[in-house]
Design a binder for this molecule. Structure first.
Ligand code: SF4
Length: 461
């Protein structure tokens, strides 16, 4: 059985692409005037798809992000053990959508046919076919999708208007895990009245692929000719029926909710070998995309805790700090932090005790941002970040933070003290860049927000 299914849950769309092969006007005008099932029925369809053994579900439309219960469908699919994906035109992919669906949504495929507004207007990839999305929107959308930790795919329909264009700059920037390049496909009853103007020959399709042959180093290009697309997708329509396009038009099964998914799928004509040939199987089971623990180490006044707190907020993780734990530890012993540090100097075992308590606590939890210089050594299954800062910038920062006792010298001394302390206790040099997954020169990036963006982009690649 084909292990991946596309659930076209929703007929409405805010764009009018002339090549769209999922318009479902036939469904809407025959049995489903609203263009979608009620929420509860759609949820039941998802459960049945999981029940009969699909491994991955792609929510498509129409435009699925217009559906108010899309998050419920995604969550239900994920809880039923499926890998989840949406295909979207990107117009409604808001920050809150990206933030809110992280837990259950694995992949986002954005449909981008051209970075040229005129081309998108000509093909109808535009709001009500009149207003196309700005070029910058596509660039920033790709960034955001990755920053939030989703697997990014890009889908492109090659047609008469874009086959001679280059999308290399965008693809090099977006670096999608997969770039699916589809030949505009005529489907009777879906787009046959509009697509004539957009059809291209096999040679024109190949021309587009040749234009982009040199970017296979930054993405996996997956071309699909018309022949490869026919009969190679397991699909469910907005009325909850399996359908296939093997003969160039939609062939619908009886509704899943009427006869059950197991019987309904037998009424569709899917070619498993064609599915394999078009590269339908890939590593879609991504590990948790964002590391469950991220440690932040760094020099004095590198902004560790500010960056850590901001990152925690962004990811909705908990922020913990060895500094805070040390203060609590000192307070429990009835000592101020200064008195406690003096005591530690004479007795390294106390420091080791704190490291042990703190690291055990962190390793027993997930979704943590950990402000901890020795995190690279003690925290398991984590992504380790090191913030490096020049003396000049460090001094500027401590001045801004109104720490009048800090000077060029005191900052240097404190850095050296930490280094020696850890060398003596564990023979570990926390300033060695080889200990980290990511070393950031704070002077180059500037603000804490920019550093956080940089970390986000790196952890989700
Ligand atoms: S955005 Fe997608 S669903 Fe909407 S018209 Fe275009 S191809 Fe069809």
């Amino acid at each position: 059985m084909i292990p991946a299914v596309n659930f076209h849950l929703w007929e409405p769309c805010n764009m009018r692409c002339k090549f769209c092969f999922a318009t479902f006007q036939d469904v809407k005008h025959s049995i489903l005037p609203k263009g979608h099932l009620p929420k509860e029925q759609a949820l039941e369809v998802v459960l049945q798809l999981a029940e009969i053994g699909f491994e991955k579900i792609t929510f498509a439309g129409g435009e699925p992000t217009l559906c108010p219960w899309l998050p419920d469908l995604i969550a239900t699919a994920k809880q039923a053990g499926l890998t989840t994906m949406i295909v979207t035109n990107g117009s409604k992919l808001t920050d809150s959508f990206l933030q809110d669906n992280k837990q259950h949504l694995d992949w986002i495929a954005i449909s981008v046919d051209s970075l040229n507004i005129e081309t998108n207007l000509a093909t109808g990839r535009a709001f009500s076919s009149k207003t196309a999305l700005a070029t910058e929107h596509y660039f920033s959308l790709a960034d955001k999708v990755k920053q939030h930790g989703y697997g990014l795919k890009v889908n492109t329909v090659v047609n008469r208007y874009n086959f001679s264009e280059s999308m290399s700059e965008f693809i090099r920037h977006a670096k999608p895990v997969r770039w699916k390049v589809l030949q505009a496909l005529p489907i009777i009853g879906q787009n046959d009245l509009k697509i004539e103007d957009l059809k291209i020959s096999a040679e024109q399709f190949q021309f587009f692929l040749d234009t982009h042959a040199d970017i296979s180093d930054c993405t996996s290009i997956v071309p699909e000719s018309n022949e490869q697309m026919l009969g190679s997708y397991a699909m469910v329509d907005p009325a909850g029926r399996f359908y296939d396009n093997a003969e160039g038009k939609h062939n619908y099964s009886r509704p899943i909710l009427e006869i059950g998914a197991r019987l309904a799928i037998q009424q569709a004509n899917y070619d498993f070998d064609k599915f394999l040939d078009r590269g339908g199987i890939y590593r879609w089971k991504r590990q948790k995309l964002i590391p469950k623990r991220i440690t932040i180490s760094g020099e004095v006044a590198s902004g560790k805790s500010t960056v850590g707190k901001l990152l925690a907020e962004k990811l909705d993780y908990e922020f913990v700090s060895i500094g805070n734990r040390t203060r609590e530890f000192a307070a429990n012993k009835g000592l101020s932090i200064v008195q406690f540090q003096k005591e530690c100097l004479g007795n390294p075992e106390t420091d080791k005790q704190i490291d042990s308590l703190f690291s055990n606590e962190c390793n027993s939890k997930e979704e943590l941002i950990i402000d901890y210089r020795l995190g690279f050594n003690f925290i398991k299954d984590a992504f380790h970040v090191y913030l490096k800062v020049s003396d000049e910038t460090a001094i500027e920062r401590v001045k801004k933070a109104h720490r009048p006792n800090e000077t060029h010298l005191t900052v240097a001394i404190r850095n050296e003290t930490f280094r020696n302390q850890f060398l003596n206790a564990y023979n570990l040099d926390y300033t060695n860049p080889n200990n980290y997954d990511l070393v950031i020169d704070v002077d180059d990036l500037g603000s804490a927000e920019q550093i956080v963006e940089f970390i986000m982009a790196n952890i989700s690649n």
